[in-house]
Ligand binder design. Structure first.
Ligand SMILES: N[C@@H](CC(=O)c1ccccc1NC=O)C(=O)O
Length: 300
């Protein structure tokens, strides 16, 4: 149990119930999600319409396996690449609501890739994770072709869970590739699926296609990490939001502990004041705490 005091796991695993914003609304949890989608979609439109940012639309596979790469006229040829993996419990959201962090990072000299992936139930979570491994391979091929020397990855929520696969993906990784990875940023993720896989709220009618067995094999918290040595130059940041549930914060804390114990250069931080949603929304603001954190990663 990640929160032994809780009697309501559905609630623990529904981040929108833990916001402290929108308390004047009849259903703050609905309001926070609607606000998140409206605002982040506006962020995406602003990039090309108001901020002079260009985008290349690329594809790493069939269906929704799309990647948008953002840059502006000052982006250097060998700009470091920042890759973002969105959340939404593997069943919702897409890149139209996942570009908030692009503007501030492009203005600081990054090229930024925002990826889409096939969602459940079009694919099972197991298949999605295989496809995500394919994406990892693709993005390193892309980095090699475009002479990118430094890559940082960030994932939010279910996207942080997907990103953990990079540490466990023998087919996609090699010492040459991991040496290019400056940092991995795990924002407000879940790393153990055993409590959530049979919650009707998170996995209605089992649209993730999980069994008790696969919920275990797809849990980064339960993996054995054999390739730690190839990650010696990469920093791992496991971050939780103050206004996430105790369960979410504990999942992050214990994932960071596991990574440290295994020998990774991992740290854990709870971001005060943020909830599961504004920690992403505020990545669009150059001087927000979360933006400062993301760009300071290069200085650490
Ligand atoms: N229906 C969920 C929404 C949710 O879990 C979520 C929404 C946006 C981004 C990430 C999310 N969660 C995990 O990936 C909730 O009410 O909290």
């Amino acid at each position: 149990m990640y929160n032994p005091k809780s009697k309501d796991l559905d609630r623990e695993y529904f981040p929108s119930y833990h916001t402290t914003r929108f308390q004047d609304q009849p259903e703050p949890n609905m309001a926070v999600q609607e606000h998140f989608i409206r605002l982040t979609q506006q962020h995406e439109r602003d990039l090309t319409e108001k901020q002079g940012i260009s985008v290349d639309h690329l594809r790493y596979g069939g269906g929704r396996r799309l990647v948008d790469v953002f840059y502006n006229e000052s982006t250097p040829d060998h700009a470091p690449l920042f890759v973002f993996v969105h959340g939404g419990y593997w069943q919702m959201l897409d890149k139209s609501s996942s570009c908030s962090l692009v503007g501030p990072l492009v203005r600081r000299g990054y090229r930024v890739a925002v990826m889409d992936y096939n969602l459940c139930p079009d694919v099972t979570l197991e298949k999605l994770m295989k496809e995500f491994s394919g994406f990892i391979s693709w993005i390193f091929d892309y980095a090699e072709l475009t002479n990118v020397l430094e890559v940082t990855f960030a994932g939010h929520s279910a996207g942080a869970h997907l990103l953990a696969q990079i540490l466990h993906s023998q087919e996609a990784m090699s010492p040459q590739r991991s040496k290019k990875v400056w940092a991995l940023v795990f924002l407000c993720g879940v790393y153990d699926l055993r409590e959530l896989y049979n919650l009707e709220s998170v996995n209605p009618k089992n649209i993730l296609g999980l069994s008790q067995q696969s919920a275990e094999t797809l849990s980064p918290m339960l993996w054995e990490y054999t390739d730690v040595a190839i990650w010696s130059s990469t920093k791992l940041y496991v971050v939780a939001a103050e206004h996430d549930s105790t369960t979410f914060i504990e999942q992050s804390r214990r994932f960071a502990e596991l990574l440290k114990k295994t020998g990774f250069r991992a740290s854990f931080k709870v971001f005060s004041k943020y909830d599961h949603f504004d920690i992403i929304e505020e990545t669009a603001i150059d001087e927000s705490e979360v933006s400062k954190f993301l760009r300071n990663i290069r200085m650490d």
